[in-house]
Design a protein around this ligand. Structure first.
Ligand code: MN
Length: 329
């Protein structure tokens, strides 16, 4: 996004936030660290500024991110309608796609006039009246941090931890390709404000249940390499969940394990759910997996994307291999 239009939109959003007496934040289904951290940071700061503010989630929190809940509460779509009526402003964070809002999509799309969007995914849809979409931002947490600065709201206390959680999960602890100087400086600033990085790392990345490790070993055991080792394909079946006792949210980040292998350009992970297959795609350097995901009916970032397929696991795997093979040609 152009610097000028970015600053202009940010100012308009700051103005809308300043004027609102009550704010509701929502994000994509299946909350991750950026989703939770961005929402918590904005809501906690708004409360400090004397506003009424709530975070509404549609799914229960994954076990390992429970400590990041902050002000978030899981609500039904009916309850969301009431919250959406009661607030002056709805802020959609970390998604700009109605399909990712799942059961909240209807309520949000019916309230365009009071809705604004802040996100770092490409291909924004026409949600809300104001949209700050910056695919160059490493995390939505970066955009929220900018907004708080613009508002002159202090970044302190639990807001520090929330923003750090957002930025450090979406950048894989400053390892992924979206990590640039801005993200590193933002984290440095959060350390200055009291963040204990080691403690946060321990909470996010070293707090797995043994079930998750057992699930991971099964996934790695079944990994296939195609296209002369440039494509790694992994699957997790319903049987794997049943046998290991792991839950669906415990598959987060497992796909990145395939990137340990030199020469792997694309990693694909297929997770079997109730009636549909969740496909995650990662690329190291060259391939635009956002475009690949779109060809499968999904979306995402250039290096990290996903889609959902309505077909048996084996058929989905064949389709994904075919799609990846084409992209690697
Ligand atoms: Mn994000």
């Amino acid at each position: 996004m152009q610097k000028k239009s970015h600053a202009k939109t940010l100012e308009k959003i700051a103005d809308a936030v300043r004027r609102a007496r009550s704010i509701l934040t929502v994000s994509h289904a299946n909350p991750d660290g950026d989703n939770l951290g961005s929402q918590a940071a904005l809501v906690l700061a708004a409360r400090k500024a004397g506003k009424k503010a709530v975070v509404a989630l549609q799914d229960p929190l994954p076990h390992r991110l429970a400590f990041m809940a902050g002000p978030a509460a899981t609500v039904s779509p009916a309850r969301l309608e009431k919250l959406a009526d009661a607030c002056d402003l709805i802020v959609v964070l970390d998604t700009c796609s109605l399909s990712q809002l799942e059961s909240f999509a209807g309520a949000i799309s019916r309230r365009k006039e009071k809705t604004i969007v802040m996100d770092h995914h490409s291909m924004p849809e026409a949600i809300g009246r104001l949209r700050l979409i910056d695919p160059g931002a490493a995390a939505t947490g970066m955009l929220v941090m900018e907004l708080l600065d613009r508002l002159g709201w202090p970044i302190e206390g639990p807001i520090v931890q929330a923003l750090a959680g957002a930025i450090l999960t979406d950048t894989g602890w400053l390892r992924f390709s979206n990590t640039g100087l801005a993200a590193i400086l933002a984290v440095a600033r959060l350390v200055e404000k009291g963040l204990n990085p080691h403690r946060l790392y321990d909470q996010i990345f070293q707090s797995d249940r043994p079930h998750r490790i057992r699930l991971m070993t099964r996934m790695l055991d079944g990994m296939e390499l195609h296209c002369s080792g440039r494509l790694a394909v992994m699957t997790i079946s319903r049987r794997d969940f049943a046998d290991t006792g792991a839950t669906r949210d415990e598959t987060e980040n497992l796909i990145n394990e395939a990137m340990r292998i030199a020469g792997v350009e694309i990693a694909a992970l297929l997770v079997e759910g109730d009636g549909r297959i969740r496909v995650s795609l990662r690329s190291r350097r060259k391939v635009d997996v956002a475009e690949m995901a779109r060809s499968l009916g999904g979306g995402g970032h250039v290096r990290a994307s996903g889609a959902k397929l309505q077909m048996p696991l084996d058929q989905a795997r064949q389709l994904v291999i075919q799609t990846c093979r084409k992209a690697l040609k």
